[in-house]
Write a protein that binds this ligand. Structure first.
Ligand code: SF4
Ligand code: SF4
Length: 73
């Protein structure tokens, strides 16, 4: 499972990451950030396939995608 981290202090709310996520895993959070916008959050984590498009498309480098390490075995 991927771990999508949003740096809310850098996010300006352009919504590009939400619009371009191919599986619609991102959505606006209910809360506001310090800029007064709803930052994205991984609302449907099971959909995320770690494609990193959100990380690549964010103009403000606010998104980081990492694959969770598997510690089993
Ligand atoms: S890594 Fe890909 S699938 Fe996951 S939230 Fe970002 S754009 Fe969507
Ligand atoms: S693309 Fe970046 S700046 Fe735009 S809403 Fe997503 S995280 Fe925020």
């Amino acid at each position: 499972m991927a771990v999508v981290t949003i740096d809310e202090t850098w996010c300006k709310g352009c919504n590009l990451c939400i619009l371009f996520c191919p599986v619609k895993a991102l959505q606006p959070a209910a809360h506001l950030n310090q800029r007064g916008i709803h930052p994205p959050e991984l609302g449907v984590p099971d959909r995320c396939n770690s494609c990193r498009l959100c990380e690549l498309i964010c103009p403000d480098f606010a998104v980081t995608v990492a694959s969770a390490a598997c510690n089993a075995g």
